[in-house]
Design a protein around this ligand. Structure first.
Ligand SMILES: [Zn+2]
Ligand SMILES: [Zn+2]
Length: 71
């Protein structure tokens, strides 16, 4: 839901941020390339930066599911 006033802290862009499970780099969804495991990202926060998703051959190291691009 979009609120024109923004109920969050002023000046914040409101981007949803996640952390790469491997290097803990902050990833901005909608700005950075973010891969995630559709099966276990809610449980294990399996989000990955582009470099690490490539290293993992686009497969989740926890359950083996193919990683998806977060858009
Ligand atoms: Zn990473
Ligand atoms: Zn997984």
């Amino acid at each position: 839901m979009l609120s024109p006033r923004g109920s969050n802290a002023a000046g914040h862009r409101g981007w949803y941020t996640v952390k790469c499970r491997i290097c803990a780099r902050k990833l901005y969804i909608g700005s950075d390339v973010v891969y995630y495991c559709p099966k276990c990202h809610i449980k294990y926060s399996t989000y990955f930066c582009e470099a690490h998703s490539r290293k993992l051959h686009r497969r989740c190291p926890y359950c083996g599911t193919e990683l998806k691009l977060y858009l």
